[in-house]
Design a protein around this ligand. Sequence first.
Ligand code: MEV
Length: 325
Amino acid sequence: MKKIAVSAPGKLMLLGEHSVVYGHPCIVTAVDQRMFCKAEFIERKDLLQINAPEVDVYNYAKSMNELGKGLVPKGAKFVEIAIKNFRDAHLFEDSIRITTSSDFSANFGFGSSSAATVCVIKALSELFELHLSNKQLFDLSFKTVLDIQGTGSGFDVAAAIYGGTIYFKNKGEVIENVKIDHLPLVVGYSGIKADTVTLIKQVAKLGIQKPELVEKIFFEIDGLVEKGKVALEKKDFDSFGKFMNQNQHLLSQLGVCIEKLDAMIDAAIRAGAYGAKLSGAGGGDCIIALCAKNNEQKVKKEIEKVGGEILDVTIHAEGVRIENS
Ligand code: MEV
């Protein structure tokens, strides 16, 4: 029976988290830690089968006409709803088995749910020989994320599809490639799993309580993203580091930073990094530090001393791709 395997990268937010949820711009880079998905036809009637051992889903089975209904295990949600949305858009009657695996832990905040969603839609697109465009992949994948989370900017979906480093704005209306060849980043994992939706709601609440403050913060973040794009393309790491620090300061004002992240960021700066900030929703997950090659080991050591775990990732990774056919 025909099968397709695809993979999509995880992501790291460089500048602009939270404000991007409100249509403001951000810069995100894809990382070489990938999500994999195999989609195959199976000789059964009216059946979706999912295996996703990395999130404890084993031989989960559902009637195709029941997708999205009843109890769905947490680890199968994005895959099931992605298939439902694909099936609603491109009617099919076949039975399918999906198997996913990942290079990275779902705890890192690398966007595993979005990467899994993109993988599933791309795999089905190829399995049914529809060869959807990146824009079509984005629309179906982002719809899936919103159906489940109810909120989000779609930047992580775009990173999984397009790869590289992108300037992203307005829920995907603007997706531009940022021309860089390398960026000397150190990534430190806090060991704490952040809940993105809770943090988005927390910022929304602050926006209701103090609208002027939040507007002002978003406006300042906009400026950093715009200047950051130019600095990145000029390889002006000194300036980009400063923008990271300023963005971090604004994220603290939004109330999404926690002690452990602060300690890791301070450690990186003390060790001589150009700049450091949390990456993603805050509340846990990872920090990123930009530092000169000859300083990298020192920065890593200092982050580890305050309890951070260094993750070995390469940025600017390739977007979603077919692994075989
Ligand atoms: C989470 O990684 C980044 C947020 O901006 C949410 C989003 O953009 O979807 C907080």
